[in-house]
Write a protein that binds this ligand. Structure first.
Ligand code: 2P0
Length: 340
């Protein structure tokens, strides 16, 4: 009898430059978003597919059973069933771990759902003798967590139908091929201002956009920023990228500050860092920031300025970090097949 082998993949997280905030239907975005894939922040997932017809799920996170994650996993499996009906004949033994700490402000749902989706689509391709379909992997990942669909390929990825890019889709993300080489070396130093639990879950955050008084304008702004960012990515104009990326991050937070209920996710230290970054750029330094739905600040800058900017981090910005904690990342190459 053939031994059943597990499927094993590594998938990175990603950081959005144009933000996804607001959804409709089954995990469909209200506006397109663009992110880059990270390099050092990833999830590794191994899945053993047992054809026993029992539909049991065993889930280990960093070697330990984690029941808190099961409802999200069950919901994911229900949502993907129309795409993978064969799954209903299997029990799954899933084992997963992250390269980055919990509550670091890095989207573990993005890397986690991307890695799990890759295990499923790779297994399916082997079983059916077809090519591994990364658009399908991205579609499945989206059904687990919207931002996860942008973690299936390296470099820069666009999720959402966009008239400037063909093909592009609300169902899955596509890779952007026309990106200036300097941008493929962008650095992301994540200053960990707050290591606490998320104050606003993504699902609540997206819901806050339903009926938000500024939602219509926000979706138009994100569409326009997507078109503009596509041009900026081709040209490699860092200062233009910085302006757009910061407007997007601040718009995301402005939406949360003006929703009902409203949230203020910045800490005083987040604002101190943001103000210093703006000053430094006004002085001509190529440095910028983005923020997700939390207090931690991602410093984004070209590789050539790494030494200078890391000195500023050490001497001026670490005081704002919780226990001096920060992570160094950069644009990554995308998922890795760990089966070989
Ligand atoms: C993004 N975020 O574009 C935005 C910016 C956070 C801020 O997508 O409900 O975890 O699983 O589809 O993808 C976080 O939301 O939400 C997110 P779900 P997700 O990266």
């Amino acid at each position: 009898m053939n031994e059943i082998k597990p499927e094993k993949w590594r998938a990175p997280s990603n950081i959005a430059l144009v933000k996804y905030w607001g959804k409709h239907g089954v995990q469909l975005p209200m506006n397109p978003s663009i992110s880059f894939t990270l390099d050092k922040a990833y999830t590794e997932t191994e899945v053993l597919f047992l054809p026993d017809g029992e539909r049991n799920i065993d889930f280990l996170f960093e070697g330990k059973e984690k029941h808190g994650f099961l409802p999200k996993l069950q919901q994911f499996l229900v949502r993907i069933e129309p795409y993978c009906p064969w799954l209903s004949r299997y029990s799954l033994e899933i084992s997963t771990s992250n390269s980055f700490p919990h509550s670091s402000g890095i989207a573990s749902s993005a890397s986690g759902m991307a890695a799990l989706s890759l295990c499923i689509t790779a297994f399916e391709a082997k079983m059916e003798g077809t090519l591994h379909d990364l658009n399908k992997a991205s579609t499945l990942a989206r059904l687990g967590s919207g931002s996860a669909c942008r973690s299936l390929r390296g470099g820069f990825n666009l999720w959402g139908a966009c008239p400037d890019v063909s093909p592009s889709s609300d169902e899955y993300a596509v890779n952007l091929a026309q990106v200036h080489p300097d941008f493929l070396e962008l650095q992301d130093t994540i200053l960990l201002v707050d290591k606490g639990e998320k104050k606003v879950s993504s699902s609540l955050g997206h819901k806050l956009m339903d009926g938000h008084p500024y939602a219509g304008q926000r979706f138009l702004q994100a569409k326009s920023n997507t078109s503009n960012l596509l041009k900026i990515l081709k040209m490699g104009d860092f200062m233009a990228l910085a302006e757009l990326m910061e407007q997007e991050a601040l718009a995301l937070h402005a939406m949360m500050m003006t929703s009902s209920p409203h949230f203020m996710l910045f800490m005083p230290s987040s604002i101190a860092i943001i103000r210093r970054v703006m000053e430094l750029r006004a002085e001509g330094l190529h440095i910028s920031f983005t923020v997700d739905a939390g207090a931690n600040i991602h410093l984004i800058y070209p590789k050539v300025f790494s030494t200078e900017i890391m000195e500023i981090v050490q001497h001026e910005l670490l005081v704002y970090c919780h226990a001096g904690a920060y992570l160094c990342d950069r644009v990554g190459q995308g998922p890795i097949d760990l089966n070989t």
